[in-house]
Design a protein around this ligand. Structure first.
Ligand code: GRG
Length: 275
């Protein structure tokens, strides 16, 4: 199964060693997660008739960026979360300094993995590195996170929320789609379509995540309060209500599917989002 291939490759890329940094990296990377971004890279490649095996390491590099973003996002100076995926966050299991360094390690190692993909051409490697850097950096995920922090305790409108989430969440989905396209050697026009596809999918994912956050908290009757609520952040649910938020997520999924008909992927996506 594709998920096993991703997990095996991650395990192979960061093999077990006794030092704390490796242990923390493996704790963050191999301790769960839906693997939705690397699975998207493989689905795109497969869509263009290419053997997904060739895309495994680039797909894993994206998961490393995702894992680093979660480690840093959980830190006391950001969302200050004690648990992720039901287990202590990296700074709780180890300590804050190790959590910062583990994130830094995964971020830098992701680019090493991309630059040493021997089964891809130099051009493909450079284009993937540029794409990932742009999507994860100040014009993408980091830029979105910065806007998100500035918006804490502020009343923001739907357009501002969309910008934040397109950058913070959508850009890594766009990176996954574009990297798949680069590996499949599609032309520039198709890469633009893939970028738009990734953004719609990423936004749908974010909205469903906002909805899940609320419905899970409600189900727990006053149990865990989400960090969004704790940090007074606007979400799609706080701005639109659950029903309208759901409609918007479905609309984003529809727009994505009009660009690229990956029906199995959408079904899978929705099933893991609500698992
Ligand atoms: C602090 C460097 C830095 C970046 C922060 C992506 C991000 C930017 C923060 C993560 C926190 C968050 C809630 C982001 C929204 C995107 C999202 C829903 C992340 C969770 O992704 P999943 O559901 O996680 O794919 P799993 O556990 O399945 O890997």
């Amino acid at each position: 199964m594709t998920l096993d291939l991703i997990n095996e490759r991650l395990d192979h890329l960061i093999p077990a060693k006794p030092d704390t940094l490796t242990q923390a990296a493996r704790y963050a990377l191999l301790g769960g997660g839906k693997r939705i971004r690397p699975l998207l890279v493989l689905a795109i490649v497969k869509h263009y008739g290419i053997d997904p095996e060739i895309a495994l390491s680039p797909a894993c590099s994206l998961e490393m960026i995702h894992a680093y973003s979660l480690i840093h996002d959980d830190l006391p100076c950001m969302d200050d979360d004690d648990f992720r995926r039901g287990i202590p966050t990296v700074h709780k299991k180890f300590n804050e300094a190790i959590a910062v360094l583990t994130g830094d390690y995964l971020l830098t190692f992701a680019f090493e993995v991309l630059s040493t993909c021997r089964n891809l051409t130099e051009n493909q490697r450079i284009n993937m590195i540029t794409t990932l850097a742009q999507c994860a950096g100040s014009t993408g995920m980091i830029g979105g996170q910065s806007l998100d922090i500035e918006a804490e305790n502020e009343e923001i409108n739907l357009e501002a929320l969309r910008t934040i989430h397109q950058k913070k969440t959508g850009c890594l989905f766009a990176a996954a789609s574009i990297m798949g396209g680069i590996i499949a050697n599609v032309d520039t026009e198709e890469l633009i379509v893939l970028r738009r596809f990734g953004h719609h999918l990423g936004l749908a994912f974010q909205i469903f995540d906002d909805i899940k956050d609320v419905t899970n908290s409600l189900a727990k009757h006053g149990g865990n309060i989400s960090s969004d609520v704790r940090n007074h952040k606007s979400t799609y649910v706080s701005l639109l209500g659950i029903e309208q938020a759901e409609k918007l997520a479905e609309k984003e999924l529809l727009q994505a599917s009009e660009l690229l008909p990956l029906q199995d992927w959408f079904t899978f996506c929705k099933s893991v989002m609500f698992a």
